[in-house]
Ligand binder design. Structure first.
Ligand SMILES: [Zn+2]
Length: 285
């Protein structure tokens, strides 16, 4: 069964495109994480470490369904010939996951791309003979304008195979800052991982879910938001965004939906001693 979280009249559905090992050692990916922090992270998320100590990660998108329509957040690692093929476990299975959740790509109203990394845009635009076309044929694709403007520095290939085809199809919606998607959901800027990174907040029936994107990429950054990820384009800003978003969700008693942790949903929950998050059901830290 497809994992999902009900929040008021909205449903947040986890769609796993694939899973596999990270290409670098964990100590290179998170150079300032301590042994104690790794112990805590591995207790919280035992599925994220292999027997030989490598980072094993999920590649996930989410769908948000409410009475006003369907939003998809991120587009996974993509097909065998997608832009993530050089490092991610392609082909992804997002089309089958959507079908299992009863979602026809043509019925998706909005696609939010949290940022322009290849493991988050894989199925956004696909090859169709010599052409490229939006996989979600009738959706508008929401990106922060700052992110679109940074495409050259992030990945010049994505300008050609993603941004230009979306623009030509009239599907690209470049927004500035907070932007309402539906009555119950909006994007909020969470910069740092990339210059124009954004997350999605869903609020319904008094509850809150944050679909984080890569504000945090590993449980070590959930338990210890001060831990930097090597590929963050601005570590200080990334940390500020992470701390602010997790605080906001914790204060609301809400949940986070993350692309790379083993479990798709987690409580940002109460804070334990030292300010670290306490996993659902309590923790030892
Ligand atoms: Zn990612």
């Amino acid at each position: 069964m497809t994992p999902s979280l009900q929040i008021g009249s909205a449903t947040v559905i986890a769609l796993t495109d694939g899973e596999g090992p990270f290409f670098a050692e964990r100590s290179e990916a998170f150079p300032n994480a301590t042994a104690e922090q790794w112990d805590a992270a591995d207790r919280f998320d035992p599925g994220s470490v292999t027997g030989d100590g490598r980072w094993w990660l999920q590649f996930r998108a989410f769908a948000i369904r409410d009475d006003t329509g369907i939003t998809v957040v991120d587009a996974g690692i993509g097909p065998a010939d997608g832009p993530a093929a050089s490092w991610a476990p392609v082909p992804g299975r997002l089309p089958a996951e959507l079908a299992a959740a009863g979602i026809d790509p043509a019925d998706v109203d909005t696609v939010v791309l949290t940022h322009l990394h290849t493991d988050h845009v894989g199925w956004a635009v696909v090859a169709d003979g010599p052409e490229r076309r939006p996989f979600f044929a009738n959706a508008r694709y929401v990106l922060q304008r700052r992110e679109v403007d940074a495409v050259e520095e992030l990945n010049p290939q994505l300008r050609e195979i993603l941004i230009e085809p979306l623009r030509e199809a009239g599907r690209l919606a470049a927004v500035d800052g907070e932007h309402a998607l539906t009555r119950r959901s909006r994007v909020v800027p969470t910069p740092g991982h990339t210059p124009g990174h954004q997350s999605v907040l869903v609020e319904s029936g008094g509850g809150l879910v944050a679909v984080t994107g890569d504000v945090l990429v590993h449980a070590v950054q959930l338990l210890h938001p001060e831990v930097a990820y090597e590929l963050e384009s601005d570590r200080r800003t990334a940390r500020e965004s992470r701390e602010a978003l997790l605080r906001r969700v914790a204060e609301a008693g809400g949940s986070i939906a993350t692309p790379h942790l083993t479990e798709p949903f987690a409580a940002a929950g109460r804070r334990g001693p030292g300010g670290s998050a306490v996993p659902p059901g309590g923790g030892s830290s």
